[in-house]
Unconditional design. Structure first.
Length: 330
């Protein structure tokens, strides 16, 4: 499965960047499909991490409950036909008289069908680091609300304060989304980076749209993730007019670094090193990365007497590539 995913996404990325020289389209988009499996064992390990052991639960105006979970018999079983069975084995005792007092030894155990209790959705969160952007992620959720209520009713536990306290315990509020327990989370960017060898940042990929489909198969929760991705190539252009050289600039849609700039007479523009024939060899070149550079700041005064002038530029692109190209200035 992993090899298939890598090949699929590598093909999509190649498609994004396989550009005909005559094709002027700078923005490319394509659809990436991935599949993630979350096993039944992994889910049960998470549930045990949340709930295993002995817990003291406070019940408003009544007292305290002690709940001890047998984690060997607590969890879900993914069966055929998308059925999910929730199994439980626990001891519930209290320091006050209630319906709990009627349960021999306080032990309750059994199984309940909770088909439809597992779902997937996309969420956004603001990263702790304010420099980072809001991060989008896929999450798998488990809704135990109805199962816990059925479990308590099945064993004759019907006092509302007791039921509410136990249901609140199983909600696990620190891992709760929309009243459901978060079982698994993966950020889109992490998925893309893992499967296509950290290509998201070098290619400036953007995720435009995401579709999710959840199913159950062979003791696994299966999440099919389909994302429309887009990438924009780095390109350069001139702005301004030679008659207003002070405001003429070399621009790019992404940051770049100037390495060398020469203003060259049109006669010498082909087949030779432009620096040997430069009308002006620009020397005021900083090492900073910017989206544009003013030519007068870099080159000084414009050579008015040259009728046909080209600028030869050597630049380092946003992601490190070196480009040499020319642009007509006059």
């Amino acid at each position: 499965m992993m090899k298939k995913i890598i090949l699929t996404i590598a093909f999509v990325v190649a498609t994004l960047w396989a550009d005909d020289e005559n094709n002027n389209s700078r923005i490319k988009s394509a659809v990436v499909k991935m599949q993630t499996l979350v096993g039944e064992t992994a889910v049960n390990n998470i549930l045990k991490a949340y709930f295993a052991g002995k817990h003291e639960i406070s019940v408003k105006d009544m007292g305290n409950i002690t709940l001890t979970l047998n984690d060997e018999k607590f969890g879900i079983d993914i069966q055929e036909n998308d059925d999910i069975v929730f199994g439980y084995d626990m001891t519930i005792t209290s320091d006050f008289q209630s319906s709990l007092s009627n349960i021999s030894g306080g032990r309750i155990s059994g199984e309940l069908n909770i088909k439809g209790a597992i779902s997937a959705k996309t969420v956004k969160r603001v990263a702790d680091n304010a420099v980072e952007k809001t991060k989008s992620a896929i999450v798998i959720l488990l809704d135990l609300n109805s199962a816990i209520e059925k479990m308590l009713n099945k064993h004759g536990i019907k006092e509302v304060p007791i039921m509410s306290a136990i249901k609140d315990f199983f909600l696990k509020k620190e891992a709760e989304i929309d009243g459901k327990i978060e079982l698994w989370r993966q950020e889109y960017s992490t998925l893309l980076n893992v499967y296509i060898n950290k290509v998201e940042a070098p290619l400036d990929l953007k995720i435009l749209d995401v579709n999710l489909n959840l199913s159950l198969n062979n003791d696994n929760i299966v999440v099919d993730f389909e994302a429309e991705i887009q990438s924009e190539k780095q390109y350069f252009w001139m702005e301004g007019n030679y008659k207003d050289f002070a405001n003429m600039s070399l621009n790019s849609n992404k940051e770049f670094q100037l390495i060398e700039v020469d203003l060259v007479d049109d006669i010498h523009k082909t087949g030779r090193n432009p620096s040997l024939f430069a009308v002006v060899k620009c020397s005021n070149i900083s090492k900073e990365r910017r989206n544009f550079f003013n030519l007068k700041e870099v080159c000084g005064e414009f050579p008015e007497k040259v009728p046909y002038l080209y600028g030869f530029f050597r630049v380092r692109t946003k992601h490190g590539g070196i480009l040499l190209f020319s642009r007509r200035i006059k």
